[in-house]
Design a protein. Sequence first.
Lengths: 227, 449
Amino acid sequence: MHALIIEDEIKVAGALRRGLEAEGYEVVVANDGDEGFARASTGKYGIILLDLMLPHRSGLEILQSLRAEGLQTPILVLTAKDAIDDRVNGLDAGADDYLVKPFAFAELLARIRALSRRGRPQTADSMNIDDLVVNMSARRVHRNGVLVQLTAKEFDLLSYLLRHRGHVVSREMLARDIWDEPRRVTPLDNVIDVHVARLRRKIDDGHEVPLIRTVRGVGFIIEHALQ
Amino acid sequence: MRLRPRSIRTRLALWFTAAMALILLVFALAVFTVTRASLWDQLRSNLDLEMGAVTAVLDHDPDELEELREHGAVELFIVQQKDTVLYSSTPWLESQLPEVSSILDSGRTLSAAMSSDEFVIKADRVKVSGNEYIVAVARNEEPIHSSLRTLALTIVLIYPAALLLSFGGGLFMTKRLLSPIGHMARKAKVLTAERLSERLPIDNADDELGQLGTAFNDTLVRIEESYSRLKRFTSDASHELRTPLTAIRSVGEVGLREGLESSEYRELIGSILEETDRLTRLIDSLLTLTRADSGHFQVLKSRLNLRDLISDVLDLLGVLADEKSQTIEATISEDIYCNADKQTLRLALINVIDNAIKYTQIGGRIRVAALALDGEKVEITIDDSGRGIPSEHLERVFDRFYRVEEERGGNGTGLGLAIARWAVEANGGTVTAANADGGARFTIVLDSA
């Protein structure tokens, strides 16, 4: 998939490009508003990452012009302005989602995946990875044929990790999507860590290679034990 | 443009003088009018007396009329029978007063101007032993006019002198009264952010200027307090920000050394990311508090069931207590409601209860209770069985970055209780810390609903 990054901070743009390329995206970077608008309106991209504070032409203007031209490409707004007004303005102007800087790269990837998945039916009734089988409707989990007893939170956690299998899930994502917390307060991080630790104990204890891993400083991931 | 003297002192003196001028003017006019009226009254009653004297002499012995004049009792008079003059005093003749009959025709008294002098003449018909006479007496007006002239002159001379005196007195008085203001102004000029401990001099704390100075000094005390809080906060904040930055820097420098295994690099990068995360959270918390400080934060109050809210928070944090084998007891009656914003109050409860869990030993217990106070307020208490808070620190536990023990580098940001206090106060409530039942007790009081 092609991704366009419109971002004037060279370091940030470079890091995003390398990160996305490592995930298999083909990336084009525009370093100011004019170039960004030109590339966005001429090229064909699967996703556009747009910084709001840009020289020459503000991100909001670009957003409005692109939508006025009828461009349908999903646009993810990146902003350092953590104010409700900016979010509302951005979404009103036609953004599909927004991320406040500094953000975790894992979170960015998850948002991009979510945006490109939009409109497609998802989530099978049963998900599995290696010998772990999760039945969504019955809310039952088996590992190697043995039933694993999980609490409701642990089950939600596991299915969320599975939906993002192979990708790191950050604590921000868990706080927002599993705990429904509007702001990430410190105690919540500890709560998340405890729940993940318990889930890992139930899923991975007694198995040689763990499925759930902690990626230090980033979050958690579930992936094939053999990798 | 209106002319306006710059100093209050001059203005006060001018106002004072103007008031004085008005008062003196009214006073002078009154004195003048009253004096004039009484002089004229006196003249008229003298004329009445003289008339009586002349009539009495006429009745007794008309020949004595001459003696009456010589003794000086009556100066100007004339006695006639019809048009025949029986007696006329010499001054009367000399003064060339008008015919008495014409005076009688025009009324009983009359002013007449003769030569340079003016006279008041009183004439009457009197009956003495069957004969009718015409008697007239007169007095010169000049003494009255001269007295009044002297009075007016005196007033005109004294008036400006009095005004001058009152202006001078006004200046002197205002100078005395306003001199503390000058002192205050000089002292206020040297006040700077670095010298906030200076205070204004106060001569008399009870008068108006003293009250002003006291109010100013009280304000200074508050400014000094908040300024020193701000200074402490800035230095604490920079320390807190510097700690993760130092870690990132040293970890990065270690990472630049050659010959590390790829797993070691991962460890180093992971630890950098952890510190970054900590910085982010710290800044988020600071932003929350800053926004609260700037007053831009709006709370949406509604009727909240405390039992539901507290169970929700305990559900969330229960695992943390569970990990430390602590028990949490909640005693909350079913129908206890408060009027507050759900998100902020929840935030406050999360932070206070998390604080209790954090500072309670393994296997300890935490008690959360809510009860209604006198129908107006509700009280939430969070008791723990931890070590409690040293009494000299009770006031400061809600300060930003304040920690009872120097346990920096722990997981907390040191802002939890500061955020809790802000969140409670944003809802119009209070939160206090105390030691009770062998542990710390936090008490939140809110409006009931």
